[in-house]
Write a protein that binds this ligand. Sequence first.
Ligand code: 6PG
Length: 469
Amino acid sequence: MTQSQIGLIGLGTMGAMLALNIAEKGFPIAVWNRTTSVTHQFKAEAGMLAPMITPCETLADLVAAIAKPRAIILMVPAGQAVDDQITALRPLLDKDDLIIDAGNALFHDTNRRSADAVNGPRFLGIGVSGGEEGARHGPAIMGGGARADWDRVAPILNAIAAKYKGQPCADFMGPAGAGHFVKAVHNGIEYADMQMIAEVYGVMRDGMGMAAVEIAATFHAWNKGPLQSYLIEISAEVAAATDTHSGTPMLDMILDRAGQKGTGRWTVIEAQHLAATIPAIEAAVMARNLSSRLEERLAGEAIFGAAPQALNGALSLAQLEQAMIAGKILCYAQGFALISAASKAFDWPMPLPEIARVWREGCIIRSSMLNDMATALTEDPARNLMFAPFFAGLLTTSHPALRQVVAAAALNGLPMPALASGLAWFDMMRTGRSTANMIQAQRDFFGAHGFERIDGLADKHGPWVGHGI
Ligand code: 6PG
């Protein structure tokens, strides 16, 4: 029997696709699934790749089938299942064997598992993006752990990753949970980008009365310009699809309650811990939460009536496209700023330009803008992306449209949480003299918290009546 170069546990959709991808790139792979019939069926259906696959009925068989030092990928649901699998594997493995968690783990869990692995077997946490198609033909891969462990499996991970002009979209992001942290931020950006697209879809559908085919054509056209991205591309496809049961547009038949597995929420919670400002991402998570409260929304509509919504020609499609361009830059800028804040706080030197490069292909947020973002972050990784000359230029030309779109939407009752909070962030980011002096005065008034004066004088309290002047 050929010794496998790597093992994989968990032949669900993502695990199965990843295993086929690995086999196709020429690496013999041993696989194990909790249900043995799934393992055998996987091999039986692998076609020409079957000779590269060793199906194993027990974990001991799996371990025996892999060349030493072993590397085993876990593709099991995030959380307890990962810990259970590590516990089951540990007694079977050698000190320098490597367990690789390729699921959507909470990065704090990856930190803990990395710390627990200090005496071996070793542990690597990798974020894998691109869904089923990506896993099969080339995902983006974000690794975290020890550099030496990454380097050991990098030839396999680089081979299976998506390629941007021949360059693998896989890289080492930093120690411990850095790979899963970057993946969480990826998902936060994914949430915001999806929400912004849903918001402009709402303007087209409800504000402009456009038919689904017209909306599809608009997204299709946008996908040829600066907005070129996977999410715009698939939005065109979903808007164009017809329901086979009713013959009406598929989108019209889908209940407006959005699901979520929690990665967007993790991103927002972490941003709060780090005092990083990611309002568009926060708004997107809020919108998903609110979408699931359908009964409450219906109760609200019964009391207040539905908002008018028709824009009566107040906006053009060109303005919408420009608003989307501004919104997209702002949500990516927020995501990168969060990674930058985490880099400092955790003392993880996460490589911002490389992150942009890894995201150029394979992942859900891949977009033509990411190449320019990689360039801007290479020029100055510490600078907020929105201040890089290229993006500052784009924002200068596009933010007036964002303003008009948000204003028209507000006047007509079209909810626009992500785009509106993106705009508020933009305006705050260019306000040299904000209104936080009022906050400081209030804090001093009720709690004698003190403030700094603009003239530098040492007096840190105001002349509030009864407050010790
Ligand atoms: C990816 C995606 C993926 C994500 C699911 C659903 O990068 O391939 O981000 O990892 O988990 O698409 O996520 P939600 O259920 O949270 O929407």
